[in-house]
Unconditional design. Structure first.
Length: 331
């Protein structure tokens, strides 16, 4: 259980302390007062990175550092510092530039924007599922990081007038290797979600509707060699546009509701029930993977839900520690 959070120079908070309850902790305040920032700080301390910004954007204005400290009921403590140049984690007597895997804690993060995921852009959907995949599988997280670094380097080369295909070859190799690994893991993740999605949805909606997802991979079923060939084939177009047009960074996730596309056919309430179902499954998967119930961070989502869905949310997470933000008391 998370017991206490202390912040210094974190976004709008010069100094802040939050004492957490074992069940539900409510952070009340008007919009713009820094409620989401508290959840962001907790997420950094438990997962090792922010869900919305880089360090230089987090530091309070006119200061040059931030500090996060979280304490657990086990006596464990994690301190995160950023000195204007680099971030550092201190757990026990160990310092590291990245949060060690064994000190990460599972987190279910629920943002208001998640409620619109069914209709969101492919980029938003990839971010959502990549965040889940990275928690469930450290190898996925590593592959994604290496793929994105290779993609960035390749795109930088493509912007140079003198860039030739040979200079891209080493980055093509890395993108092919990690792209195939990421596609395979995304496929497995969607298959697992689909095994549970309709049942979870029906537990909320109390009807006989069906829900499933389709993983639309831009690379199809390409092997590493085929992936490499297609990257090479696209060289002229890539050089002209200055970015990589082929790859898993173009993938999309589609929702199917009663065997038709959910976007444009499912109602607003039905789409929100789909998202609740996904969050409940996410919590279950994290519990099964780590043997502990994840901390649930709810950022002002109650105001976006009707009474039935509010009840489903509180009932499903009644055995989790929950920290939620709201403009007014939701209960």
């Amino acid at each position: 259980m998370l017991e206490r959070v202390r912040l210094a120079n974190f976004r709008s908070h010069e100094a802040y302390r939050l004492d957490c309850k074992p069940s539900t902790t409510l952070i009340l305040g008007e919009n713009g007062c820094g409620k989401t920032s508290v959840l962001e700080a907790i997420y950094i301390a438990l997962q090792g990175k922010s869900f919305r910004a880089v360090d230089r954007e987090i530091v309070k204005r006119e200061t040059d550092f931030y500090r996060i400290e979280v304490e657990f009921d086990s006596g464990e403590r994690t301190i995160v510092t950023y000195d204007g140049n680099k971030r550092q984690f201190l757990v026990g007597d160990r310092k590291a530039a990245r949060l060690p895997k064994k000190y990460k804690h599972p987190v279910v993060l629920f943002l208001p924007s998640d409620l619109n995921l069914v209709e969101a852009s492919p980029t938003r959907k990839r971010d959502f599922f990549d965040r889940l995949g990275a928690q469930l599988n450290a190898d996925y997280s590593n592959s994604l990081s290496r793929y994105n670094k290779a993609l960035k380097q390749r795109n930088e080369l493509l912007k140079r007038p003198d860039a030739d295909e040979g200079a891209l070859f080493s980055w093509n190799l890395l993108m092919a290797k990690y792209g195939v690994e990421i596609r395979q893991e995304r496929t497995r993740m969607v298959e697992e979600l689909n095994r549970r999605l309709t049942e979870a949805y029906r537990s909320i909606a109390e009807n006989h509707d069906t829900v499933r997802m389709i993983y639309d991979s831009y690379t199809g079923e390409s092997s590493e060699s085929e992936y490499l060939r297609l990257l090479s084939l696209d060289y002229e177009r890539d050089h002209l546009t200055g970015h990589t047009n082929f790859g898993i960074h173009k993938d999309d996730f589609e929702f199917v509701f009663n065997e038709v596309g959910a976007e444009g056919n499912a109602s607003r309430g039905e789409m929100r029930s789909i998202m609740l179902a996904l969050k409940f499954i996410e919590s279950d998967l994290l519990h099964e993977t780590f043997g502990e119930r994840p901390l649930v961070l709810l950022d002002d989502v109650f105001s976006e839900l009707d009474d039935t869905r509010q009840k489903a949310l509180t009932t499903n997470f009644e055995r989790n520690q929950v920290i939620l933000t709201s403009v007014k008391a939701p209960f």
